[in-house]
Design a protein around this ligand. Structure first.
Ligand SMILES: NC(=O)c1ccc[n+]([C@@H]2O[C@H](COP(=O)([O-])OP(=O)(O)OC[C@H]3O[C@@H](n4cnc5c(N)ncnc54)[C@H](O)[C@@H]3O)[C@@H](O)[C@H]2O)c1
Length: 355
């Protein structure tokens, strides 16, 4: 970003992605405002666990001001937007499963919460660049209409989409789930505030992100969840065949993509962001990797397919590569090793969220 060292607002700063963003900018010498209502575990119905792990972690950076607040509260957002140079909006209800149980809360946090962040930025009359955390789920079950090949341990896209799903992939006429809808509404508002009000805002449609300090549970954060369960010897349920494939992105690489946009590269709009076609894993492949790294055989049982689950999702990251001069660097073999090392030394966290 610029050299005048303004402040950076990170909504969801107490979460996995947000806390990495906050740490990155604190280390670069920025004042950071981490804004969060610490509701992740409540939203995921895992009350027993420590809701403030990443929040407390940020306590070691004096330049990170932690503000407890809710993105549904426009006034509170306006109060922290003053003089902000960059915004990373990472606060969200993050799980498809929770959105099916409570679509109204999901809508209020994801759609209205994002509108509030944009509106607070517009009202502040500043010129902050804004990154919104969107998701591959905006493409919904249309992804399942792409031809796939079934292989021994994974599915693969056949033909046309072998480099992954590009930003102009159709989003209409398919099932999204409430989470997909609320995130798509947020994604559209980000695009619209850029066009209508001239905000320098981009929506990053993220695939699976993973890394240290990801407190994965069965409903969200599958790499960390599988690692935690394997280390603790807890059962893992695979919904479907286990051949589902995702491109996986190490969190440090995601933060680098955000920084690229926030420092002036690229245009407002949407970016598909993930490990891309070169960094993919199937569930079965991750389980094998975990067995090798931990020396423990994951205990696996199988269940039926989950609603709207994509058999394969891989981001086509050509646009991000070209416009943001960005490249994912950490290979899954290295990133998963780092994740396992972190989970191993923090296994107590997973003992409370498991199951
Ligand atoms: N991690 C991934 O693989 C992934 C993939 C695609 C998209 N995303 C998106 O990236 C963003 C960050 O995800 P994450 O993995 O860091 O999840 P996370 O749950 O760790 O972080 C989200 C944070 O938002 C906070 N939050 C929830 N509701 C809030 C509210 N009303 N007001 C203020 N704060 C609130 C939570 O307490 C939590 O700390 C989300 O928008 C998510 O949908 C993540």
């Amino acid at each position: 970003m610029g050299h005048d060292r303004g402040s950076v607002l990170v909504t969801g700063g107490g979460g996995f992605v947000g806390s990495h963003v906050a740490e990155f900018y604190a280390l670069k010498g920025y004042e950071v405002i981490a804004f969060d209502n610490l509701s992740r575990m409540r939203l995921l119905r895992r009350q027993g666990s420590d809701p403030g792990f990443n929040w407390n972690y940020l306590g070691k950076y004096p330049s990170v001001r932690r503000v407890e607040g809710d993105v549904r509260d426009l006034k509170k957002l306006e109060s922290v937007m003053e003089g902000v140079e960059a915004v990373v909006h990472a606060a969200a209800q993050t799980a498809v499963t929770a959105s099916l149980l409570d679509p109204v809360t999901d809508f209020e946090i994801n759609a209205l919460g994002t509108l509030n962040v944009l509106e607070a930025a517009r009202r502040s009359k500043g010129n902050a660049s804004i990154v919104g955390c969107s998701t591959n789920k905006v493409y919904g079950s249309n992804v399942n209409r792409v031809g796939t090949i079934e292989m021994d341990k994974r599915y693969a896209f056949a033909g046309e989409y072998s480099r992954g799903i590009p930003e102009d992939f159709p989003i209409d006429h398919c099932e999204h789930t409430p989470y997909g809808c609320s995130k798509l509404a947020a994604d559209l508002y980000i695009q619209d505030y850029a066009k209508t009000y001239g905000l320098r805002a981009a929506s990053f449609r993220m695939s699976c992100v993973y890394g240290e300090r990801q407190i994965g549970v069965e409903d969200q954060g599958w790499l960390a969840w599988f690692a935690g369960a394997t280390i603790l010897g807890k059962p893992i349920t695979i919904y479907g065949t286990g051949k589902q494939v995702r491109d996986v992105l190490y969190v440090g690489d995601l933060v680098a993509a955000f920084e690229s946009f926030l420092s002036g590269k690229g245009e407002p709009g949407v970016y598909n962001i993930g490990g891309g076609a070169d960094f993919t894993l199937s569930l079965l492949e991750l389980l094998e990797m975990l067995e090798e790294l931990t020396g423990k055989k994951p205990s696996v049982r199988y269940g039926g397919w989950r609603q709207s689950d994509q058999r394969i999702y891989v981001s086509d990251i050509t646009k991000a590569r070209e416009q943001l001069s960005w490249e994912p660097r950490v290979k899954p073999s290295e990133g998963v090793k780092r994740l396992v090392a972190w989970v191993r030394s923090n296994a107590r966290i997973f003992s409370t969220v498991a199951g």
